[in-house]
Design a protein around this ligand. Structure first.
Ligand SMILES: [Zn+2]
Length: 272
């Protein structure tokens, strides 16, 4: 599943290929994604210029030269790539944004849990975005922010940092990895962690996500590859998926528990 680093990598990967270009047409072969693609999206986008490609949480935002912004979510299996208009679409290539220079931004999604919506609202007021917490890599995301929100919370710290109202983009893999780096047990109560430890955790979340984005950067050329599925990358993981293997710090066995139905990995010696 594309997580925040993949979406950020996608954002950086497609931006130089479509910014400043004029949309000639939008071809929809399958409009039934997680939600139906916005009615009249092709008519409303034709002739508009993409001024910028941005990201908020896991939404890619194609900002046009009008009030309209395209919001793309990759869902469970979505991906975007840049192809030439002459390349015939494959089975799961559901949507093409065709530009006047024959560049195509092509949306592929085998499981169809993604979404493509058009909004004329200021993006921060959109109902899918307005209640979201800060971006983890922004200056607005700090240990103090987590600490202040955590007061009296009985939820477990792993669920707490995965809650997008508190901070966006900390998916299951990155929650496990950040908690390991910070030395915090994933099942510790959120409301019982000190400010100092939250400051360390916030720094670790930034490092883990930044490293993932940098690793993804090496796959940027794949966005113009006409074969295959671009943008998802394997990264080196310290605890996630390593049940029974030796901890990289202390050689204890990595343990696995379920927290809020999600597999969680930790070292009981290194994480308290
Ligand atoms: Zn350990």
């Amino acid at each position: 599943m594309p997580e925040l680093p993949e979406v950020e990598t996608t954002c950086r990967g497609i931006r130089p290929h479509i910014s400043g270009k004029t949309i000639a047409k939008v071809v929809i072969r399958q409009k039934q994604l997680r939600w139906p693609i916005t009615e009249n999206l092709p008519e409303n986008l034709s002739g508009l210029i993409i001024e910028n490609v941005d990201r908020r949480a896991k939404y890619l935002l194609l900002k046009t030269n009008t009030v309209n912004t395209v919001m793309i979510h990759l869902g469970m299996s979505g991906s975007l790539r840049i192809v030439n208009a002459e390349l015939a679409p494959g089975k799961h290539d559901h949507v093409d944004f065709v530009f006047t220079d024959a560049t195509v931004l092509r949306y592929n999604d085998t499981r169809k849990f993604g979404s493509i919506l058009l909004t004329s609202k200021p993006i921060n007021q959109h109902k899918l975005i307005r209640s979201l917490g800060p971006e983890p890599l922004s200056d607005g995301f700090t240990g103090r922010h987590l600490y202040d929100l955590s007061k009296n919370r009985k939820s477990l710290v792993k669920s707490f940092i995965m809650d997008s109202h508190n901070v966006v983009g900390v998916g299951n893999i990155y929650a496990s990895e950040s908690l390991f780096m910070a030395g915090i047990h994933p099942a510790r109560q959120a409301g019982r962690i000190s400010l100092k430890r939250y400051q360390n955790l916030a720094a670790c979340i930034k490092i883990v996500l930044q490293q993932a984005i940098e690793q993804g950067g090496t796959t940027l050329r794949d966005f113009v590859n006409e074969q295959g599925n671009p943008g998802y990358f394997q990264q080196s993981l310290a605890v996630y998926g390593r049940t029974g293997n030796a901890c990289i710090q202390c050689v204890s066995d990595i343990k696995q528990i379920k927290i809020a139905q999600r597999a969680s990995f930790y070292c009981s010696y290194c994480q308290k």
